[in-house]
Design a protein around this ligand. Structure first.
Ligand code: SAH
Ligand code: MG
Length: 197
């Protein structure tokens, strides 16, 4: 397992796949253990790195993960087979905003896909969250750019960071969810329902 994880890290570095930071996945794995999380939904599988580590955090945990890129999807399937998690991780090869998943409740939803779409992912998938579940969103700080979009020259980057800033405002002003913003890794948002126990 350790070896396969290291291999995925080298593959990600060589192919510019933005896998989750070590500190972030360590936090999520701890959260899974502490709260005995059973059922996880991930938006954005890439090569399966975070899905495999999340499934590995607790022997009973099942992960459904969505990926729209064919090359990454194939790589993800290969890696899941290698570590023997094909019974516990289900990879859905589709666009997360188009797919109709069966109405199952998830204890943890990890949003880690196209950052400009975060509000859409949140609004769609909050309906799949168990009453006391958590939605964790990665890359809230976006390499420190978030909060500084005005100073960015590149049009594309400025627009993307602007979208992340909108997402932060959306979470801060949300009637239904309370979000804690943590400065670990690239910054995460940890959102739970206001009436959660
Ligand atoms: N969670 C992974 C990294 C994901 S990188 C890890 O930490 O190991 C983000 C991935 O989301 C990319 O592979 C990209 O193809 C995918 N993605 C982006 N938008 C998507 C969408 N709308 N539906 C499905 N996948 C999407
Ligand atoms: Mg990420």
């Amino acid at each position: 397992m350790k070896e396969q994880i290291a291999e995925m890290e080298s593959y990600a570095a060589a192919h510019n796949v933005p896998i989750v930071e070590k500190e972030t996945i360590a936090y999520i794995m701890k959260y899974i253990k502490k709260n005995n999380i059973q059922n996880i939904l991930e938006i954005g599988s890439a090569i399966g790195y975070s899905a495999i580590l999340m499934a590995g955090a607790n022997a009973e945990t099942k992960v459904t993960t969505i990926e729209r890129d064919e090359v990454r999807y194939m790589e993800c399937l290969k890696n899941i087979k290698k570590v023997g998690f094909d019974k516990r991780i289900n990879v859905v090869y589709q666009d997360a905003l188009e797919v109709n998943l069966p109405k199952v409740e998830y204890d943890l939803i990890f949003i880690d896909a196209a950052k400009a779409q975060n509000i859409k992912f949140f609004e769609k998938y909050k309906n799949f969250l168990a009453p006391n579940g958590v939605i964790i969103t990665d890359n809230i700080n976006f390499h420190g750019y978030t909060g500084h979009s005005e100073e960015i020259e590149s049009k594309n980057l400025k627009s993307l960071v602007g979208k992340i800033e909108e997402y932060v405002e959306f979470l801060k002003n949300n009637d239904e969810f309370t979000t804690e913003f943590l400065n670990i890794g690239d910054g995460i948002g940890v959102s739970i329902r206001k009436d959660a126990k």
